[in-house]
Design a protein around this ligand. Structure first.
Ligand code: TNX
Length: 492
């Protein structure tokens, strides 16, 4: 497949995720030293999106790329960002992009749509645009028209910062890379047996003792949330209860049935810890944690985990989940939890995150929505092949093609597309310690999950996709992403 037109501009078809429609009109638009980014006047949010785009283009081009409100007059050669009450089919995140020979016009109904369209503009420029050093150019984009909107409302990834901790700067880099592929949810697995990673002021030992020296202060968490928000990404914080709680029990042994202080845990086993179901104090603890987290989190969801609670008695698990659901609701948020919570009676606003596609099917109330994270297809910590040094293999080996070739709407028989909120690719960190490790497992699979979530099922096929992915090799290289050079792809 020819991904590059003469002159170095990628063809309209090299975008990931694939847009709803693209139509090349011939010729190119080129960024020039005098190019301006012009946004609707009187809208600070649009100025911020313009600045974000300029920030992504200034380093490699060396151009000034001033961001100015419209009305100040613009020369030809501008990139225009505007809000229009145009096509209702665009929804919150859709956009229209028209690239003419002397003007680029991006329009959307909502700022989030403009932000997604900005990623398209970046991807239409040559790969060197993502370099951290000044490059010679030329900076041409193919002329044409793109109409675009996502298939699913939720396109996410999760990072486990409990098994191994990642610094704020590392989390931000991961969020920024995810935003390049139009993801809109970021799930932070903040607590587990190995560590409690978020400061809770009313229970200070959770982080100070349970964090074993590595946790986010509330200010740092706010910083992550704000960084994600600038990228129109909603943060979903997870406090995993009632199992996966060894670190909390190290900090507060009174939440443990035998009252003993367990040892800090650094292994990879699951299912050995539980909050004490007979102890009323656990609900005060949960209420305090949820209240503080809810106050720090603008998004609508609190993830309560609920998975692999093998040390919690089955007949105590269900009433526990139902009570926690009430606590989360009373704190103004909606519950999301792993598969196992479906044993409880769920509120219509609760979301079930499916990780085990073969889990016994429990009847769900009609309004309960499902987020698809099937381990054998979408777990970023699964090895690509037997030879992959990092990762686990309990669910599957997931080569790039395996991760790409499935449909969230039909994977589980009996779930109609209307039940499916979207897709999330979780990255568990038992075997990962550095940013390079994260990148090796997430890339290049993450762009594929982004496409599954965004692009129409009928438009996707592996043979065509792998050509587009190959063209992203130089982009990932320019971004210094340590990606797995899968032999399934003929990398450019
Ligand atoms: C299962 S998936 C888990 C995690 C592990 C992961 C490793 C789920 C809800 N629980 O505790 O980290 O497997 O792949």
């Amino acid at each position: 497949m020819e991904n590059y037109e003469p002159g170095g501009a990628p063809a309209l078809g090299a975008l990931i995720p694939l847009p709803v429609s693209t139509k090349a009109s011939g010729g190119t638009f080129a960024l020039a030293p005098a190019t301006k980014i012009v946004v609707d006047a009187g809208n600070d949010e649009l100025l911020a999106i313009g600045e974000y785009l300029a920030g992504k283009l200034r380093v490699s081009t060396g151009y000034a790329l001033p961001v100015t409100p419209s009305g100040a007059g613009w020369a030809t050669g501008s990139i225009l960002l505007c809000l229009l009450d145009g096509d209702p089919a665009l929804g919150d995140e859709g956009y229209e992009l028209t690239i003419g020979h002397d003007e680029v016009r991006l329009s959307a109904s909502r700022p989030a749509g403009l932000f997604r369209g900005v990623q398209t503009i970046r991807q239409l420029l040559p790969a060197a645009i993502d370099s951290a050093h000044r490059q010679p150019g030329p900076w041409s984009m193919p002329a044409g028209i793109i109409h675009d909107a996502p298939r699913f409302a939720w396109r996410g990834t999760m990072l486990d910062v409990a098994r191994h901790f990642f610094k704020v700067e590392e989390v931000k880099r991961y969020i920024d890379l995810a935003s390049y592929y139009k993801l809109n949810y970021f799930h932070l697995h903040l607590t587990d047996d190995q560590g409690w990673r978020i400061e809770i002021k009313s229970w200070p030992k959770l982080a100070e003792v349970g964090g074993a020296g590595a946790y986010y202060t509330q200010d740092e968490y706010r910083e992550i949330v704000a960084y994600a928000r600038e990228r129109y990404i909603t943060v979903v914080p997870e406090i995993d209860i009632p199992g996966h709680t060894n670190a909390a029990l190290v900090a507060y042994p009174e939440l443990n049935c035998d009252g003993r202080t367990p040892a800090h845990y650094t292994g990879m086993e699951v299912g050995f810890s539980s909050l004490c179901m007979q102890n009323e104090a656990i609900y005060r603890f949960i209420d305090d944690v949820v209240r503080e987290l809810a106050a720090l989190t603008p998004g609508p969801y609190i993830h309560i985990g609920g998975d692999e609670a093998r040390s919690t008695k089955a007949d105590e698990y269900v009433p526990f989940i139902e009570r926690v659901q009430q606590i989360v609701q009373a704190n103004g948020k909606q519950v999301i939890g792993w598969d196992e919570i479906a044993q409880a009676s769920l509120l219509p606003s609760t979301v079930v995150q499916r990780w085990n596609k073969d889990a016994a099917d429990t009847e769900l109330a009609p309004q309960v929505k499902v987020l698809m994270s099937p381990a054998a297809k979408a777990y970023l910590d699964m090895k690509y092949t037997e030879q992959t040094p990092l990762g686990q293999d309990w669910a599957a080996y997931i080569e790039v093609s395996d991760g790409y070739q499935w449909d969230p709407a039909t994977l589980i028989p009996g779930y109609g597309a209307e039940r499916i909120l979207g897709i999330e690719a979780p990255l568990w960190s038992e075997t990962l310690q550095t940013m390079a490790d994260i990148e090796e497992m997430a890339f290049p699979r993450l762009p594929g999950y982004a496409e599954i979530g965004w692009s129409a099922q009928a438009s996707r096929n592996w043979d065509e996709y792998k050509g587009r992915l190959a063209a992203h090799g130089p982009r990932l290289q320019a971004l210094k992403v340590n990606f797995h050079r899968s032999p399934q792809v003929q990398w450019e």
